[in-house]
Design a protein around this ligand. Structure first.
Ligand code: C2E
Ligand code: SIN
Ligand code: SIN
Ligand code: FE
Ligand code: FE
Length: 365
């Protein structure tokens, strides 16, 4: 049961709502990320085709939802058609899918905005008081489920962050790098990974790919120049060290059997594999490399190139993109590179958003 996806749990709750409450055709949940102020579709249960997936928007660009959060209140729309004047993309798609009324609530965990919950009905004016009172109880339950689902991975990520803090200072482990790699990864994941729920966990795990560097000596990682063959062999051990560390942490957190642990393992063990089989540690090739590893490889190298390292200057974003193109089909999965190209405007925005001036000091040579 605890191995059910959140999507499956929400589908169960939706079935109960249809039995006990009535005419609710769709439940949708969007998750809020405070670092980037973005709202992303997360899980849903819909009768028929879902009108809204793989969708992401800045919360500030949706003033109506921002307002609900500011006021901590829910909103009933009795007639979505009446809104047709200035509808959000979201509302237009809901309308096009045949829904006529909606009930929307902000979700909170520990006082922080977790996201928004949308109930939609094909019946205009469906969300009367008697209905919303019942739905509020389900909203509490859904909020608790999401919060629980995210808390396990959050605990894991804080443990890693703490380990990093306690370790020696590492230029390449900046929050900037972690956030950028996570967002580039999400951008590719939205195009190539099945469900929004999987994309969310991939997003959360991507930043952990290099945790094994904690076990690699400073004189190697911080060397202000090219590594010798012996030094490079030691640097490469960060993959295996990371895999060992994460197994221990997952055991300690009792997460070993959670559904998402395989994705985390894949991110760590496979982010230096190459599409042509020339990578490490296992020399896997093509689709034998887990998709999560192929995606993070592109995100990680792009970010390593376009930011300063102790051993190199930052390349421009265009040089970074040119590198991805040149190595598409050899170093990288061509599908991942194609998505990076298509969404390169987003990548520019990610680079700009998470670039802190202090990071420029990383170039020591
Ligand atoms: P990193 O600095 O995070 O780099 C990650 C990956 O980005 C590298 O994996 C490589 O695939 C790519 N990359 C980074 N800089 C360049 C570059 O200037 N040119 C090209 N073509 N690719 C680049 P890789 O090579 O397996 O290295 C793993 C880690 O080992 C690096 O992580 C870094 O921490 C360390 N490392 C590798 N080479 C050097 C070096 O010459 N000097 C130092 N001090 N560290 C190095
Ligand atoms: C909205 O986001 O404006 C409402 C659409 C919905 O209820 O899902
Ligand atoms: C790093 O953490 O990637 C080095 C500095 C930077 O990324 O901007
Ligand atoms: Fe690495
Ligand atoms: Fe990295």
């Amino acid at each position: 049961m605890h191995n059910d996806t959140l999507g499956q749990k929400i589908a169960d709750i939706h079935a109960q709502i249809k039995t006990h409450v009535g005419n609710v055709g769709r439940i949708g949940i969007a998750l809020y990320n405070a670092d980037s102020d973005t709202l992303s579709t997360f899980v849903h249960s819909s009768d028929g085709q879902s009108p809204l997936e793989h969708y992401q928007v800045r919360l500030t660009e949706v003033p109506s939802l921002q307002q609900l959060h500011n006021d901590h209140r829910s909103r009933i729309i009795d007639d979505l058609e009446a809104l047709a004047g200035s509808p959000s993309t979201h509302t237009r798609r809901i309308l096009a899918a045949g829904y006529r009324s909606s009930y929307t609530s902000p979700l909170y965990a520990h006082g922080q905005l977790l996201g928004f919950l949308f109930f939609d009905s094909r019946q205009p004016g469906y969300f009367r008081n008697s209905v919303t009172l019942q739905l509020d109880t389900y909203a509490e339950l859904i909020s608790a489920l999401i919060s629980y689902d995210l808390s396990t991975t959050r605990a894991l990520r804080s443990a890693v962050a703490l380990t990093r803090e306690l370790g020696r200072h590492r230029d390449e482990e900046t929050a900037g790098h972690v956030n950028r790699v996570a967002h580039y990864t999400r951008s590719i994941g939205l195009a190539l990974v099945g469900s929004d729920e999987d994309v969310e966990f991939l997003f959360q795990f991507a930043g952990l790919h290099d945790i094994g560097k904690i076990a690699i000596p400073d004189h190697i990682l911080l060397k202000a120049g090219k590594l010798t063959a012996e030094e490079y062999a030691i640097a490469q051990l960060h993959v295996g060290k990371g895999s060992e560390m994460i197994e221990v942490m997952m055991r300690e957190f009792g997460l070993a059997n959670e559904r998402y642990t395989q994705m985390l393992r894949d991110v760590i063990c496979c982010h230096h594999e190459r599409w042509d089989g020339g990578g490490y540690p296992r020399g896997l090739a093509g689709e034998a490399i887990p998709l999560a590893g192929r995606i993070v490889a592109v995100a990680d190298v792009f970010d390593a190139l376009t930011n300063p390292r102790p051993y190199k200057r930052a390349w421009t974003l265009d040089e970074g993109l040119a590198y991805l193109r040149e190595h598409s089909g050899s170093q990288f999965d061509p599908r991942c590179v194609a998505v990076a190209e298509q969404h390169f405007d987003d990548w520019r925005a990610i680079h700009a958003h998470f670039h802190s001036p202090g990071e420029d000091a990383g170039f020591a040579a």
